[in-house]
Design a protein around this ligand. Structure first.
Ligand SMILES: [Zn+2]
Length: 300
């Protein structure tokens, strides 16, 4: 067996175990408990778990997804996070090999796994994780050097934070509050510190595209469930007109249809955002993670 394969297997096992730890971090950061104490227990019946209840993925399968004591269902989040962490760690090692870059990329990936999960579940992101990642990135770029090194890293941090902060404050033009959470600005700053000034804008653009593909459908699904049919109809009409204009007929009529449905959609979205009292912003950290992962995979 080759040495690299041997190391890869270890990297995957470490990924599984750390994924299991991230589940604890996620749970505790949502419930504001300390990370180490209390010891692992069932959140429903509070029974202390046996050691073999804590084996990543395997325990979940052996217990058939239920608590050993009270039969309460265990969240599918646990094995999913463990497997995702394992896969991403493995891929990172395959891409960068034995290097400091692997360690740095693994740290980035880990932070985004935790922040994305808490953002999806509760629209809550621990800013300390983003700040910690930012500081780690500055240190890494200081020692890694490269073309711009630490200067590019600092400028990336400033520009990343500013861009999202400006977008968030634009929300005040339409509603009485920010368009995005404060955490998004911290996260964008951390991304800037990781990848430098020259990469922060492309990564934000990838994230924007990702949010259109993955997050907007969820947004419209929630609108549909909330009974806001007009926004959904406008979204469908707009999508249709884009498809028609792009791949079927390009003339003044289809262009007019595209413009009209686009304006209609913008009107309904603005109107429905104005109506909502709270939690009106989309969770943007998942989109940022997709942007970051894409950048790491393609250009880092
Ligand atoms: Zn239980």
């Amino acid at each position: 067996m080759g040495l690299n394969l041997y190391i890869l297997i270890w990297v995957c096992i470490i990924g599984l175990c750390l994924g299991s730890f991230f589940n604890v971090v996620i749970l505790r950061s949502l419930s504001n408990e300390s990370i180490v104490f209390p010891p692992s227990k069932c959140p429903k019946c509070n029974h202390k778990l046996f050691w073999w209840h804590n084996i990543p993925v395997i325990s979940y399968i052996m217990l058939k997804g239920k608590c050993y004591f009270c039969q309460e269902k265990i969240s599918i989040q646990y094995p999913i996070i463990e497997i995702i962490t394992m896969i991403l760690y493995g891929l990172t090692f395959v891409k960068f090999g034995i290097s400091f870059k692997t360690i740095f990329a693994v740290i980035i990936v880990s932070c985004f796994i935790i922040m994305t999960t808490t953002d999806i579940r509760e629209k809550l992101v621990d800013c300390n994780i983003a700040i910690g990642l930012g500081i780690t990135a500055l240190i890494y770029n200081y020692f890694a050097g490269g073309i711009n090194g630490i200067i590019s890293s600092i400028l990336g941090l400033i520009v990343g934070t500013l861009i999202l902060e400006v977008i968030a404050r634009l929300g005040y033009l339409f509603t009485k509050s920010r368009a995005m959470g404060e955490a998004d600005s911290y996260v964008a700053g951390a991304i800037g510190a990781c990848f430098g000034l020259q990469n922060i804008i492309p990564i934000l653009l990838y994230s924007l595209i990702a949010s259109m593909i993955f997050i907007l459908p969820v947004f419209f699904y929630n609108k549909f469930k909330a009974g806001d049919k007009l926004t959904c109809i406008a979204a469908i009409l707009f999508t249709l007109s884009v498809v028609i204009y792009n791949s079927l007929v390009q003339n003044y009529f289809t262009f007019g249809f595209l413009t009209f449905t686009g304006m209609l959609l913008a009107y309904f979205i603005t109107r429905s955002i104005k109506k909502e009292e709270n939690a009106h912003y989309l969770p943007f950290v998942p989109a940022l993670s997709i942007g970051v992962l894409y950048f790491i995979a393609m250009y880092f």
